[in-house]
Design a protein around this ligand. Structure first.
Ligand code: GRF
Length: 196
């Protein structure tokens, strides 16, 4: 099973997915990194691991449909069955959603439906919550609204700073995301073998 990871930032989740692949706790191959931010740190991580990269600048296109069409071509070239969003800070349009329906997954650093959208950790911190967490969900046309696949809570102690909250949330992300991707793939493989 080949997967593509879409990321725009540091890529710590991308790294965690690669490590799970290496340790074989994730039986999938990261066959492509898609990045919409030339210069993002995640690109260096992909280069270091010899992962094919498709990097583009959305400003060079007139419409989302144009770059999504190119992305679809790359996904086909690299035989990717699933799209794993890991800090890809952009809504997926219908050009990509339709052919990959049920096969695009996102991770969000809060217990959805609380704190959707940008800077979920900052939103949770400012709200003073004592429990926040991580959500893995299927992607639909909304902002962090698709069906929830897995969630894990993170407890915030008195005196924890925003940085502490971020560290705790990311630690959970790095374990939960590969594990959840693996369970989705395992389920899919079973369905395929039942229908064969
Ligand atoms: C993560 O917190 C993820 O939940 C959110 O974007 C962040 C990406 O971080 N969607 P990184 O680039 O994987 O370090």
């Amino acid at each position: 099973m080949k997967i593509a990871v879409f990321a725009s930032g540091s890529g710590s989740n991308f790294q965690a997915i690669l490590e799970a692949q290496k340790e074989e706790t994730l039986q999938a191959e990261v066959a492509l990194l898609v990045c919409d931010k030339p210069g993002a740190k995640v690109i260096d991580r992909a280069v270091a691991h010899n992962i094919p990269i498709f990097v583009f600048d959305p400003h060079n296109y007139n419409m989302k449909a144009e770059f999504e069409q190119e992305v679809i071509t790359k996904l086909a070239e690299h035989d990717c069955s699933y799209v794993i969003l890991a800090g890809y800070m952009r809504l997926i349009g219908k050009t990509l959603l339709q052919p990959f329906e049920g096969r695009i997954i996102n991770i969000h650093p809060s217990l959805l439906p609380a704190f959707p959208g940008l800077d979920a950790i900052g939103q949770a911190f400012d709200a003073g919550v004592k429990v926040t967490g991580v959500t893995v969900h299927f992607v639909d046309q909304g902002v962090d609204t698709g069906p929830i696949i897995a969630q894990q809570a993170v407890t915030i102690e008195d005196g924890d700073t925003r940085a502490d909250m971020q560290r705790k949330v990311q630690e959970v992300e790095h374990a939960l995301y590969p594990k959840t991707i693996q369970s989705i793939i395992t389920k899919k493989m079973k369905e395929v073998s039942i229908h064969e």
